[in-house]
Design a protein around this ligand. Sequence first.
Ligand code: NDP
Length: 297
Amino acid sequence: MKILLLGAQGQVGWELQRALAPLGQLLALDRRSADLEAPQALAERVLHEQPSIIVNAAAYTAVDKAEADQDRARTVNVESVALLATVARQLDAWLVHYSTDYVFDGRKSAAYVETDATGPLSVYGQTKLDGEQAIRGSGCQHLILRTSWVYAARGGNFAKTMLRLAAERDELKVVADQVGAPTSAELLADVTALMLQRLTTDSALAAKASGIYHLVASGETSWFAYAQFVIDEAIRLGWPLRVTSERIQPINAAQYPVPAQRPANSRLDNQKLQRTFGLHLPDWQVHVKRMLIELTP
Ligand code: NDP
């Protein structure tokens, strides 16, 4: 079985290189060898490789920058994705693609299920939604895996920013009125591999499994409580931080203006995935602790 991975150097792509390797012959491509800003060349390359599974971990992920860079975000997150889906359909290959909580407007009070109405608040969210719709419209077999608040030991993310700032400053102000579930790239990659393993060995499941799934860690937190957790754990592990969790002040999103609006409720209900694939998604704290141990000098 040949698996083609795009975005191999990103947070999720890097972990996928590890997790997908035992499933078959893995061809892992990064931006230099497969550029999503050149959709036609990308499609030709993928067609030429004839994979039976395409995993797309590449995306335009600079949420704030996308507000002023719409064309590029659209080429990467929509045009290239649409062509990948067309190629997947031609090859009868599975397309695995990652999407985001930012396809929702965050006004629902409960966690979002896969069938809830979307309503992106940002250019990034809109391009990710349009990418989803292009895949669904193509008729290819797909797993669209919506996730949230991704972090990894390798790459830039909120937790690592908090650790850096807590070493430099005397106090931090963190948004407390946005909730979601921090989800590790490691968990995303492992669950992706387990889902693919099931699909390639269980034809009854494969016949009905194509669709959207919410793939997030269980539980929920706010950015503020997440920052407190990271700082407390890091101090417990011996990090010499100037800011303790008592020195973190909760603020509202309105007090921290950024170009792209984020949903207040980013909670995604992960029951469909757990039920369909017989998997267990652990609480968000489990993998955050693992990352902090990995990062501890
Ligand atoms: P990263 O930003 O860590 O990785 C994205 C990767 O895409 C990078 O390796 C980047 O390459 C690559 N890429 C960007 N543009 C191109 C291009 N034109 N051609 C080829 N490769 C390109 O993101 P994550 O790993 O965190 O995200 C993985 C997926 O999860 C994405 O679909 C994202 O939308 C989704 N997601 C992410 C969330 C998050 O909090 N990060 C939250 C919800 C969903 P380079 O390193 O060269 O720039």
